[in-house]
Design a protein around this ligand. Structure first.
Ligand SMILES: Nc1ncnc2c1ncn2[C@@H]1O[C@H](COP(=O)(O)OP(=O)(O)O)[C@@H](O)[C@H]1O
Ligand SMILES: [Mg+2]
Length: 240
């Protein structure tokens, strides 16, 4: 079953077109990585899917239902959440207050207590630092909180925009083992990463974005071949 279907999606800012005719679809439980140079529109793509930017044209379907043009809160309730670039947590609020903001996006009747317990199992910082001001957490802890806040809405599809940005290597390893657990629990993941090698290990497919288009798609095996990945990323021909 296709859980997310993007067809001929065009998006941008005012008169500026950033994404041109983006088309791809994902099956439930898959993980796709999106890589590409700075400024190609990776964040614009995730923001458009999550409803923060209205697409200029095209279709975005979640579980067969059209969600393009709907507001972000509606989209969260339909089962799609975004962990934005730079985390965007509220530094002046406590860890628990930040989480509670996520809880308002839940669609089902599961009690908030159960939902918090569920994410705290994956991210202990939720319990150990629950009353701490979020702005005082380390970068890795803030990222855990940002993911927990999205997860608590119980998404079927989770979008992550450069989750590793600014984190130390050992923290990044921990982050990706958590993402692997989230994937294994059945959540569909779409991860934007500048450092492609972080996602190639468990992504089913890597989409390479350049000049507003998906320039190349690599399956799991090809994506782990560094030469193939580099060639696709830089747009080099086979003999270059
Ligand atoms: N709020 C905005 N208003 C106008 N242009 C923007 C805005 N945000 C991003 N852009 C432009 O859109 C393009 C794509 O940006 P972005 O999606 O952030 O790229 P990436 O995430 O791949 O680095 C860039 O040229 C950027 O300057
Ligand atoms: Mg970006």
């Amino acid at each position: 079953m296709q859980i997310l279907e993007i067809e001929d999606l065009n998006s941008g800012y005012g008169k500026v077109d950033v994404l041109l005719d983006i088309t791809f679809s994902m099956k439930a439980g898959q993980c796709f990585g999106i890589v590409g140079p700075n400024g190609v529109g990776k964040s614009t793509l995730l923001q458009t899917i999550a409803g923060a930017i209205k697409p200029k044209s095209g279709s975005i379907k979640l579980l067969g239902n059209e969600i393009s043009g709907r507001n972000p809160e509606d989209i969260v309730r339909s089962g799609l959440a975004l962990v934005p670039e730079g985390r965007q947590i509220f530094g002046g609020l406590t860890v628990m207050e930040n989480l509670q903001l996520g809880l308002t996006g839940r669609a089902d009747k599961k009690t908030s207590h159960q939902a918090i317990e569920h994410v705290a199992e994956l991210f202990p910082v939720i319990t150990t630092h629950s009353k701490q001001q979020a702005g005082l957490l380390s970068g890795g802890q803030q990222q855990q909180l940002a993911i927990a806040r999205a997860l608590i809405t119980d998404p079927k599809v989770l979008l992550l925009d450069e989750p590793s940005l600014g984190l130390a290597p050992n923290i990044i390893n921990n982050l990706f083992s958590n993402l692997k657990r989230i994937l294994e629990a059945g959540t569909t993941l779409l991860i934007v990463e500048q450092r492609a090698n972080l996602v190639t290990k468990f992504a089913d497919e890597i989409l390479i974005l350049r000049e507003g288009l998906i320039q190349d798609r690599l399956n799991k095996i090809d994506a782990q071949d560094e030469n193939k990945l580099k060639k696709a990323y830089f747009g080099l021909g086979a003999n270059e």
